[in-house]
Design a protein around this ligand. Structure first.
Ligand code: AMP
Length: 498
């Protein structure tokens, strides 16, 4: 073991660690802090605030000037990173952390980030939010040259490329690696001397910079700065690399092909980000309310009450009710002790999940003409059950209004969506969907309406201002792994049984 190595006793292997998982998926939240005595604890708090971005697993790597300490656990941040013993093991003044989104397939500990590697120049830990669209193609090439992959996470590709780079410093090696990658990424990385934050050239996924009494903090969203009392400084810019050392912060714009426009994920505004976060200085909740107002202007209907599908439909329903001049009522109550429906692995469990999660509040629905507002329809499971529930509670009419355009295409940039064939809007017209979910009327926000809500005049078809591929199929980067550019090997043959 060299002087700067991963302390083996701190690598906690969870008993839940089960089968392998053949997909690349990294829908997540990231956090990093440099130069604070409580770096490990601050990172745990930050990850707590980012829990909505990933509920499957979480990890923290800290560095105390001599050794790296790595704690990775399957499960929620609050279940694993509140114990004094765990935080106590994360020694040092610098740390990075990661929460991982749950998708189908069993959680596998070796995929849990941050990933750590002993490289020629020293220890290196990396955590990544987003999804790389050529990682499998690169992995195949690296394997052909002898690389041994330990996980099925696309983030490991970054480590291998850093390891093989001919550049000298970690920053240059990381830039060299990222220059070879396509897709979306917000990365935090920790070397022995530096905390590094990077956003991909299109800035698809968010990353913000904060300040805690002179200590720099990086986080996916501003809500993670709020929880530790850090001041929001600014968003890390698309294509920017920030390097934080004991001497302060340095900003680089090194990418060979940084376009002069960004393509931030518009779905962060619709659903993914927490409503109390700000993106580019704009509060997400306010945008969701504006989305609801646009929706009311575009597809108003005679009704008695506006009811959100909680929680994701609530801000848009408030905006809708305000614009339509209708009462807003909590006609559906959500049980907060069950996770997001979407994460359930099979259809039958997902169907039960909706009933576990929501219950009709009959007093607000009986005899009423109800406008139901939700942020999106993915497979249609939630809408189908909710509409049935609302009708059983006595609603006279049910009008469904969706605060985004129909989701017709999968996301390959870090938001977990099922394959296209499972997206109800890719298989049915709006009329067919209305019939399927059994509503009196169904309307979606138009793509221009969504752009108006985020402050644009409309969607610029020539150079769209956001990534809206899930609504338009217009993917802003090549999808090399999917284009059949190379044969993709089975990613994982190992089933971990203990
Ligand atoms: P579904 O039941 O499959 O139609 O899913 C629709 C519900 O899932 C909506 O209430 C959304 O709030 C929520 N949702 C949409 N996109 C996602 C996502 N990527 N992850 C988790 N939940 C989502």
């Amino acid at each position: 073991m060299s002087e700067h190595t991963l302390s083996p006793e701190t690598l906690t292997v969870s008993p839940v660690d089960a089968e392998g998982d053949d997909r690349f998926h990294d829908e997540c939240g990231v956090f990093g802090v440099y130069g604070h005595t409580d770096a490990g604890a601050l990172t745990a708090l930050g990850l707590n605030a980012l829990q909505h971005r990933g509920q499957e697993a979480a990890g923290i790597v800290s560095f105390d000037g001599r050794q790296f300490y790595n704690e990775r656990h399957i499960g929620l941040v609050g279940d694993n990173f509140t114990k004094q013993a765990v935080i106590g093991r994360l020694k040092g003044h610098r740390a990075i952390g990661h929460t991982r989104y749950s998708t189908t397939g069993a959680p596998v500990l070796r995929n849990v980030q941050p990933l750590y590697a002993e490289l020629a120049g020293g220890g290196f830990a990396v955590a990544h939010n987003g999804n790389l669209t050529n990682a499998q193609t690169l992995q195949r090439k690296l394997q052909d040259r002898g690389s041994i992959f330990q996980s099925t996470s696309d983030t490991e590709t970054i480590i291998h490329l850093v390891a093989m780079s001919a550049q000298q410093s970690f920053v240059d090696r990381l830039i060299d690696a990222l220059n070879q990658l396509e897709g979306a990424y917000a990365v935090v990385a920790l070397s022995e001397k530096k905390l590094i934050g990077v956003r991909d050239p299109l800035g698809v996924r968010p990353l913000v910079l904060g300040d805690l009494e002179g200590t720099y903090v990086l986080a996916s969203e501003t809500c993670a700065l709020d929880i530790i009392g850090a001041r929001y400084v600014r968003d890390v810019e698309p294509g920017e690399v920030v390097v934080i050392t004991k001497n302060g912060i340095q900003s680089l714009k090194p990418f060979e092909q940084t376009p002069n426009h960004s393509r931030f994920c518009i779905f962060e505004y619709v659903y993914f980000a927490r409503p109390d976060s700000s993106v580019n200085g704009t509060n997400v909740y306010s945008i969701r309310k504006r989305i609801g107002e646009e929706l009311a202007r575009e597809s108003g209907v005679d009704a008695d009450v506006v009811v959100p599908v909680p929680d994701s439909g609530t801000p848009a329903a408030i905006g809708y009710a305000h614009e339509a001049g209708l009462p807003f009522e909590l006609g559906i109550i959500r049980n907060h002790y069950v996770g997001r429906t979407f994460i359930q692995p099979t259809d039958s469990i997902r169907h039960m999940g909706v009933k576990l999660k929501h219950n009709a509040n009959r007093a607000m629905l009986d005899g009423k003409r109800v406008i139901l507002v939700d942020d999106s329809i993915v497979r249609g499971t939630t809408s189908l059950k909710i509409v049935q529930m609302v009708r059983e509670a006595g609603a006279k009419e049910v009008h469904m209004r969706i605060a985004s355009p129909p989701t017709r295409d999968s996301c390959f940039y870090g938001v977990d969506t099922p394959e296209k064939s499972k997206l109800i809007a890719s298989r049915m017209t709006i009329e067919e969907m209305a019939e399927y979910i059994k509503v009196d009327s169904l309307a979606f926000l138009t793509i221009d309406g969504l752009y108006r809500a985020v402050g644009e005049a409309g969607r610029n078809g020539e150079v769209p201002q956001y990534c809206d591929a899930c609504f338009t199929g217009d993917y802003p980067t090549p999808l090399t792994d999917r284009s059949g550019a190379g044969e993709i090997r089975q990613l994982n043959r190992l089933v971990e049984v203990s």
